[in-house]
Design a protein around this ligand. Sequence first.
Ligand SMILES: [Ca+2]
Length: 281
Amino acid sequence: MSIFDRNRGNRLLQHGMAATGVLMGMIAGMAESPASPVLEKVIRSGELAVVIRYKDPAAGDGLDHAPRVSVLLHGKGVAKVAFPDDVGIPEVFTTEMDPLNGYSEVVVESYSGGAHCCEEIVVFSAPADGVEKVWWKVRLGTFDGGARPPRDLDGDGLSEIMVRDDAFYYVYGCYACSYAPPVILSVRGGRKVDITRRSSFRPVLRREEKRIASRMRQSMTENGGRVENGLLAGYVALRFLLGEGAEGWNFMLKHHVRELQAFCLVTVRPPNPGIDAGTAQ
Ligand SMILES: [Ca+2]
């Protein structure tokens, strides 16, 4: 080994020892870091109290603690849920969704972090036949995007939650060039119900139709009179929801892009045996 190599070797050794020292210091520091406190937020609504327990997401161990939500009626616990895979503070809404019991529903929404997915939505609902019983925990599912506060979409005094049919993303086109039709959800008697097709929501679907029609006109301008297939698929589904599936299907036949758009697609299971599915790239 030359003098240069020996010096270089000594420098590397010194750097290595220094780095090891820093690493050991970091480990010691981590070991000495006190656990961050579990924080508590209480939301009161009439006879209900909703307790949210979480850690500050910015704390060193903030992501190691599953956020938890408990519902108390007259001070007694009637429902609880934990989100072991999620981060941050769950959002809570109390609102009337199911007219068959005497209490507001408690809607809890928790986010997993990451792009697009997932917002998990859980609804707690009182059984109609007993005020002190354990409440039903109705899982509406996990959805693309952020929180969706429940709203009364048809003016009947009951709130609904509008999500999107995420199955339409990445199947016929990339995320940004796809349209996912709406799904309007509620709860009845402890069960999740899809009430999108109710006549009272037709104005909501018509507004959606106008919105997607505008996007499709822009797509036709950019694609020589053709509409991106990711938009068309959701549009056809929306027309089916309106009871106008044949019209939507015929529009698709006239305007779809003939060539396979393989960018960012995913493999999907065919809805019926014997029908070919799209292919992933
Ligand atoms: Ca309503």
